[in-house]
Write a protein that binds this ligand. Structure first.
Ligand code: HEC
Length: 162
């Protein structure tokens, strides 16, 4: 009986390897749109590339475990959900109020240590942000909010009422 269960589990594990993946890799690696629209220092660009871009851009790096199911499904799902919140490659298509709000949310998630997800930093130790990196990120983010406030009228930065 025990053997049958083990064989059953093994077959399921082998079987699910055939579930196709939705690879999140754009053919060309460009400078992410966000960095082309707002001045971003190398330091901050690297922080975002290392700690956020895998789930919030059109390019997820491949890791040794990325093609192993059920991990692959789990990763794909995080990427899909992350990109639904915001995608740094789609940045220029967002209306100003959305860009503004997303940056505000970024400051919040950094303050509350919600991002990068724990499940991610568990595998990617170097994506964990130290206090200096958090500080650099927030300085940049606040500067971006300031420059948007200078560039747009206040009502353009508020979500339009439907
Ligand atoms: C492993 C994938 C992953 C990484 C890496 C990641 N995120 Fe996320 N992010 C998600 C997912 C998934 C959600 C949706 C979470 C939810 O709805 O609970 C999300 C949601 C968010 C939100 C919206 C939160 C809200 O209040 O609704 C912000 C802002 C955000 N992420 C910022 C960041 C920043 C900044 C980084 C890098 C420092 C980062 N994320 C790194 C997957 C990721």
């Amino acid at each position: 009986m025990k053997n049958k269960i083990l064989i059953g589990i093994a077959l399921v594990l082998v079987g699910i390897q055939f579930i196709p993946r939705h690879k999140n890799t754009s053919p060309e690696i460009k400078k992410h749109a966000l960095f082309t629209s707002y001045p971003t220092s190398h330091t901050v660009e690297n922080i975002i590339r290392w700690a956020c871009a895998d789930c919030h851009s059109n390019h997820t790096n491949a890791y040794w475990y990325s093609n192993i199911q059920p991990l692959a499904m789990w990763i794909d799902n995080h990427v899909k959900e992350g990109k639904e919140h915001f995608n740094i490659d789609d940045w220029n298509n967002y209306p100003p109020y959305k860009q503004y709000h997303k940056i505000e949310e970024c400051i919040e998630v950094i303050d509350e240590n919600e991002m990068p997800l724990n499940s991610y930093t568990w595998m990617h130790e170097n994506a964990k942000l130290n206090d200096l990196q958090k500080h650099e990120f927030k300085l940049w983010a606040k500067g971006l909010l300031d420059s948007m406030e200078n560039r747009y009228e206040p009502n353009q930065l508020k979500k339009p009422k439907k």
